[in-house]
Design a protein around this ligand. Structure first.
Ligand SMILES: *Cc1c(COP(=O)(O)O)cnc(C)c1O
Length: 391
């Protein structure tokens, strides 16, 4: 029997956060300060993200999902309202709508960019539509101007699920700094990580005040303000809030990660360029499409096995798994999950179904070295023609 090839270090994961002594030092300093819950480090991390994306305000919360929910809730979206959202997204996008008591309305994506299709958004509008959730899928910016044009005409809100898109640019301006409120995630699968964490960026100071209050039980005064004053400050609770606070321990990870983002993006882009060059030679493979207006961060690199059934795509994944490489299915389709089986949708979502069945994501992370990259390219280029020949 022929021996199965193995990668240099035994296993190549799909993604891996990059931490070194800087994160260790920051976390330790926070730990030793005695202030570990939401406090000065969270405030510093918010200021650093706001500056990076070019937004007036950034409000930290405990996850990307909490960010999406709290933003929709703060915009007054609730029972009886509809929010247009792509089915082709991590399920958190739709879940956030449901948590508000509103109804997600699934629309199809563009067949090449995998992002929400403005024409489908126009078809989805009813008298109950209150917002469109634009997801920058896999870190590739969606066409915000086209969506804004529709939303303005209709008088509805636009919110960005930018969970994957920190460091990406639309028309050469960072996502998060586009004037629309945007939600980021710092889960380890994203470009910088705090373990768990999220952030909402906005240019609206009023909205930021409300978000800060709601993440902290609806309280008008933060713990930091109370502690910093010798005299008693009596807080008030004008509305019912939540506990979506980020901790200073998490924020100190973020503060160590953000200065490294430019370098992370350089490495991610060079990996994507190497994949593009190698796989554009392979027949039956479609490499990522990047519209002129978009500069992606390559949070993920998705290839499409043109025309194959889901089983063919899965065969590729399994064959590469045997060779020590984690390749995974592309983005899920929420409408196919049983919890959304009866959810509203506009049309049959053919592009969503084809994309979720035919795409696979490949390893991209800052610590992926050149030997590993070469190995992934070699093995992928060997496995794909074999599987396609059997289809
Ligand atoms: C990761 C992700 C989320 C959720 O972020 P969490 O921090 O895990 O809650 C939401 N939407 C998209 C598109 C994501 O990729």
């Amino acid at each position: 029997m022929q021996e199965v090839p193995k990668p240099p270090a035994g296993w190549i994961p799909l993604a891996k956060p990059f931490f070194d002594e800087t994160e260790e030092r920051e976390v330790l300093a926070t730990l030793r300060s005695g202030w570990v819950a939401q406090g000065p480090r969270v405030a510093d991390f918010e200021a650093a993200i706001a500056e990076y994306v070019g937004a007036r305000e950034a409000v930290a919360v405990s996850s990307g999902t909490a960010a999406l929910f709290l933003l929709l809730h703060s915009l007054g979206i609730g029972p009886g309202d509809e929010v247009v959202v792509p089915s082709l997204s991590f399920i958190a996008s739709a879940n956030a709508v449901v948590h508000c008591g509103a109804t997600p309305v699934f629309v199809d994506v563009d067949s090449r960019s995998y992002n929400i299709d403005p024409e489908q958004v126009a078809r989805a509008l009813t008298s109950r539509t209150r917002a469109v959730m634009v997801v920058h899928q896999l870190g590739l910016p969606a066409d915000l101007d086209a969506i804004h044009a529709i939303a303005q005409r209709q008088g509805i809100a636009v919110v960005e699920d930018a969970a994957c898109a920190l460091g990406s640019r639309y028309k050469n301006k960072p996502i998060g700094g586009q004037g629309t409120p945007a939600c980021f995630s710092f889960h380890p699968r994203k470009v910088i990580s705090t373990g768990e964490g999220g952030m909402i960026t906005t240019d609206d100071p009023q909205l930021a005040v409300r978000l800060r209050r709601l993440r902290h039980q609806g309280m008008t005064v933060s713990d930091l303000e109370r502690q910093r004053h010798a005299r008693l400050i009596v807080e008030e609770y004008p509305e019912v809030g939540y506990n979506f606070r980020l901790s200073d321990l998490h924020a100190s990870l973020g503060l160590a990660q953000l200065p490294k983002l430019a370098e992370f993006l350089r490495r991610r882009r060079s990996i994507a360029v190497a994949y593009d060059e190698a796989f554009s030679q392979l027949s039956g493979i479609e490499t990522p499409f990047v519209p002129d207006f978009a500069t992606p961060n390559y949070q993920s690199y998705a290839v499409r096995l043109v025309g194959v059934e889901r089983s063919g795509r899965d065969q590729v994944i399994n064959a590469l798994g045997e060779r020590g490489i984690a390749v995974r299915p592309g983005v899920m389709a929420a409408h196919r999950e049983s919890c959304y089986a009866t959810a509203r949708r506009v049309g049959e979502l053919p592009n969503t179904e084809a994309a979720t069945d035919q795409t696979a994501v490949l390893p991209v992370f800052p610590g992926l070295d050149d030997d590993e990259l070469r190995y992934v390219i070699e093995q992928f280029s060997d496995v794909v023609p074999r599987v396609l020949a059997q289809q």
